[in-house]
Design a protein around this ligand. Structure first.
Ligand SMILES: Nc1nc2c(ncn2[C@@H]2O[C@H](COP(=O)(O)OP(=O)(O)OP(=O)(O)O)[C@@H](O)[C@H]2O)c(=O)[nH]1
Ligand SMILES: [Mg+2]
Length: 696
């Protein structure tokens, strides 16, 4: 593929709710531009951008994909983001690579949850937003209804530039509200220009009014004129749309049906004509090593600044790294400096990705997006720069994955394969986290939701040949003592051979929460020789780690060694460890054991109308509500302290309660006593698990 200069490049991200038609639209763009000779279908699993086996199987996108579309002398890098909520991490990183977004909205389903979420992310990033009302050929499609939903959700900046000609199965083309021309598609991908049908003029009036309103409101000079005269001139509207769109104050709306395709050639032309070229956006801010901010204009002759927005691991090809160059250029067979990791990377061949296909390119200059294979250290979110001027772009903000599953390999002996797979997957996806818990001896994976973790399991199997069994992650309970107690540990065996002899007396008492373990030596007059005092402590500590009643570690206990007996020949380190352990068990029985559970600080942000449900649900989950406050934009923030066991699946619960409109974070706060009726259950369950393990 030839190299384009920044003024002839457009970087666009397709976002929207799952199933709105983003993947179909990219396919239609490729077909319309002539890059494909036949148009694939999501249902048939043969589109350019849904090529991963997991995508083909599920018929949804689960990973960001991209393709360059060459149109009217320009190269449009189109990024296709998944719409399903679990994969929002890809939307967040892809937003960093583009200069504008297209919000794809289904004319059947209208504005949906992820439509709003994606819009908000684009607003936060300050990116210009255009809207495509898609699926106008489908039964029950309505442009009017969809547009009024858009205006309701996003305000008057929503500015229709087109109107559908015919709807549902009669959808034939689009009417241009400004040029007052009709564009119809009778089988071809390119529109035939014609006059407006007679009935259209009257239908178009309210939409033209909306358009003028949007333009007027985005421009102080025009609003006065509009209020006075009730009209704007053609060229004022045109100019207003262009300016307003670039400044992200107007969201132009176009019409189409990706799978036909209808309206796609016009959308491409609109992108080339009206979308900002990389050179038109304000220069990017980079941070030097000393924390100093610098401006970098989009210029291939500047020092390099590029952002890695996606990495894909492949056991055969190695990593594929996708990056956006903001300044300078990347050349093949050179090296770049990964300023985030502080390492140099060898760059071999460079290419443009078209789905899974690689088109070799001669270089990737400022403003363009490229890919490279086989880098060693680079992960998503890193910055490339030059070694003598190491700068970083702002770090990627990733949502915290909070749904946890414990996994084990299905086949014994696959542990190494599993840890390689986890490390690789972790590198490619910042919303995937892995923890090895020493306490519960489990490998725990964290993801954004069940679908995300499901896809991860499938990738482990496909890419790394390791199948896993997943189960809910174990909760890290703790044990402690209720009161004080005394214990005698006597380990004496002196019949035949080398004997064993150790006796110790201990006293225990609870310590304040979080103090851990304290050992006090009050041995007087050498009742136990110094070297065996350590043995007693070791025995106690080991037993505490294993727990006494539930298999969970015991904490917050002070143990005082008060007396003991030894034998000159038969005493040993082992014997005193055993005596220490026995003494602890006896003392604990006297003192009484309490089970503690982790309490998390949970913060949920939800639309106001859901707060009642959220509070009710939290109350049923033994939560202590800490407060509620406005979080702006019609949302409430609810804070609560909740037992972790109750919210282990909160990612799923919150999504089903709010239809995906809620977000939450949680972090460990402290340990608290488990109510006794629940403690009994947990202890019984632990005993059952232990017996089962012993049987094996
Ligand atoms: N009739 C009709 N069907 C469409 C149109 N656009 C997409 N579809 C179909 O709608 C379904 C979903 O389309 P996708 O392109 O996968 O939607 P998406 O936005 O990529 O969805 P996610 O990847 O899950 O976010 C597929 O079966 C498409 O064939 C359209 O304009 N008209
Ligand atoms: Mg898709």
């Amino acid at each position: 593929m030839k190299t384009y200069d920044a003024p002839d490049i457009r970087n666009v991200l397709l976002v929207g709710h799952g199933g709105a038609g983003k993947t179909a639209l990219l396919e239609a763009m490729l077909f319309t531009s002539g890059a494909l000779t036949r148009m694939g279908k999501v249902e048939d699993g043969n589109t350019a951008s849904d090529f991963e086996p997991e995508e083909v199987k599920k018929q949804i996108s689960v990973s960001l994909a991209m393709a360059p579309v060459e149109w009217s002398g320009a190269k449009v890098n189109v990024l296709d983001a998944p719409g399903y909520a679990d994969f929002i991490g890809d939307v967040r990183s892809a937003i960093r690579a583009v200069d504008a977004v297209i919000l794809v909205v289904s004319a059947v389903d209208g504005v949906e949850v992820q439509t709003e979420v994606a819009w908000e992310l684009a607003v936060e990033a300050g990116l210009p937003r255009a809207i495509l009302v898609n699926k106008l050929d489908r039964e029950r499609a309505s442009f009017e209804r969809t547009l009024s939903e858009l205006v309701q959700s996003f305000g008057t900046q929503v500015a229709p530039l087109e109107l559908p000609i015919g709807e549902e199965h009669n959808f034939r083309g689009v009417a241009d509200l400004l040029a007052r021309k009709a564009y119809t598609y009778d089988g071809g991908v390119k529109a035939a220009e014609g006059e407006w049908p007679d009935d259209l003029a009257s239908r178009a009036d309210p939409f033209r009014e909306k358009l003028m309103e949007a333009v007027a409101e985005s421009d102080d000079a025009l609003i006065e004129k509009y209020l006075e005269e009730g009209e704007l001139e053609e060229k004022e509207i045109l100019h207003g749309v262009k300016e307003g769109f670039a400044a992200a104050r107007i969201a132009p709306v176009l019409c189409g049906a990706a799978t036909k395709p209808i309206g796609v050639d016009r959308l491409l032309q609109f992108i080339v004509d009206e979308f900002p070229a990389p050179t038109e956006r304000s220069s990017i801010t980079v941070l030097s090593k000393s924390g100093e901010e610098k401006e970098r204009p989009t210029d291939p002759n500047q020092p390099l600044a590029a952002f890695v927005f996606k990495t894909v691991s492949d056991p055969y090809v190695g990593h594929i790294t996708m990056f956006r160059v903001f300044a300078g250029k990347v050349r093949p067979d050179s090296s770049v400096y990964n300023a985030t990791k502080g390492t140099e990377e060898r760059v071999g061949q460079l290419f443009a990705l078209r789905g899974k296909e690689h088109d070799i390119v001669a270089e990737v200059p400022a403003g363009d997006i490229g890919a490279v294979a086989k880098l060693s250290h680079t992960t998503t979110g890193d910055t490339f720069s030059t070694k003598d001027d190491p700068v970083q772009l702002p770090a990627l903000e990733v949502p915290e994955p909070l749904l946890a599953f414990a996994i084990v390999p299905k086949t014994k002996g696959d542990e190494d394969k599993l840890s390689t797979a986890l490390a690789r997957l972790r590198e490619e996806d910042p919303t995937f986290r892995v923890e090895r818990s020493d306490e519960t001896h489990q490998t725990v994976i964290y993801g954004m939701g069940e679908a995300h973790l499901d896809v991860m399991s499938e990738r482990m199997k496909r890419k790394f040949g390791v199948e896993v069994i997943a189960s809910p992650a174990r909760i890290a309970y703790r044990e402690t003592v209720r009161g004080a107690g005394k214990g005698l540990g006597r380990h004496v065996k002196q019949t035949g051979g080398h004997g064993q002899y150790a006796v110790c007396n201990i006293e225990i008492e609870p310590l304040p929460r979080g103090e851990g373990f304290e050992f006090v030596d009050k041995i007087f007059g050498g009742a136990i020789p110094t070297q065996f005092i350590g043995s007693v402590e070791k025995g106690i500590v080991k037993t505490m780690q294993q727990g006494v009643i539930s298999g969970n570690p015991m904490v917050d206990v002070r143990c005082t060694l008060v007396d003991g007996k030894f034998h000159a020949v038969d005493s040993s380190d082992m014997a005193f460890q055993i005596a220490g352990s026995l003494a602890l068990k006896e003392a604990v029985e006297q003192a009484g054991v309490v089970l503690l559970e982790p309490i998390v600080e949970l913060e949920a942000v939800v639309p106001e109308s859901y707060t009642g449900d959220i509070m009710g649900d939290l109350n049923s989950k033994r939560a202590k509500i800490g407060g509620m406050e406005s979080a702006g934009a019609g949302k409430q923030r609810v804070k609560a302290l909740v037992p972790q066991a109750e919210v282990a699946r909160y990612s799923i619960d919150l999504r089903s309660m709010t239809g995906g409109r809620g977000a939450f974070t949680m972090r460990f706060s402290h340990y608290e006593e488990v109510p006794s009726h629940l403690a009994e259950k947990i202890i019984a369950e632990a005993n059952r698990a232990r017996e089962e393990a012993q049987k094996k």
